[in-house]
Design a protein around this ligand. Structure first.
Ligand SMILES: [Zn+2]
Length: 203
């Protein structure tokens, strides 16, 4: 008699589990997997929103955006109508003018016309003191002949439209000429005329 109980319990353990139990077990496994994936996705989304990810996130957004077709004038207080069309005008050494000149008093604030990432801050060549901003559609915006750069501005900074980049001057090959901002836009195929976009951006 005493030997029947272990045998019965051994048989019970070997009995196949009911289909409903297997289904529940499979569902529990799926739920665990979904929770783990959800947590990972949530952590990724959280990280993507953090300040240290602002640059890669902005770069991604700029690459997804189309080129800006209407732009505010990047020199404070200047209207688009006051800007002469000098696109393509002859320059020394057989060069063509690859932008527009926006005249204003020395020290007038120069602001970014787009959202973007500051890709270069330097003093060199024809442009003198200059700032390059990578903008929507990954077009490169060129702000040149600055008298000085905005305080604290650094390469890699994410800038908003209207954010200060520097002030109007006559550095580079503009030395001694009426102070102005040389403003250029470069796409994948080279220089583009900024003036139609500035006129399109007029209020
Ligand atoms: Zn110019």
């Amino acid at each position: 008699m005493g030997s029947t109980m272990p045998t019965l319990s051994g048989m019970a353990a070997r009995r196949p589990r009911p289909a409903a139990s297997r289904l529940l077990s499979a569902l529990a496994g799926l739920l665990r997997t979904a929770l783990v994936l959800g947590a990972l996705a949530g952590a990724g989304w959280w990280a993507w929103q953090q300040p240290f990810m602002e640059r890669p996130r902005t770069l991604w957004e700029l690459s997804r955006a189309g080129p800006a077709q209407a732009l505010p004038v990047p020199v404070m207080g200047v209207s688009p109508g006051a800007i002469a069309d000098t696109w393509g005008a002859g320059r020394s050494g057989g060069r063509r003018h690859e932008g527009v000149d926006i005249f204003a008093a020395r020290g007038t604030p120069v602001v970014s016309s787009t959202r973007g990432i500051v890709s270069a801050i330097r003093e060199t060549g024809l442009g003198g003191r200059q700032v390059w901003v990578l903008g929507p559609g990954l077009e490169r915006y060129y702000y040149a002949h600055l008298d000085d750069w905005a305080d604290g501005l650094q390469e890699g900074d994410v800038v908003r439209p209207g954010q200060a980049l520097g002030v109007v001057g006559d550095t580079g090959n503009a030395r001694g000429t009426p102070t102005h901002l040389h403003y250029g836009i470069y796409g994948a195929d080279g220089a583009l005329d900024p003036l139609p976009r500035l006129r399109a951006g007029a209020p």
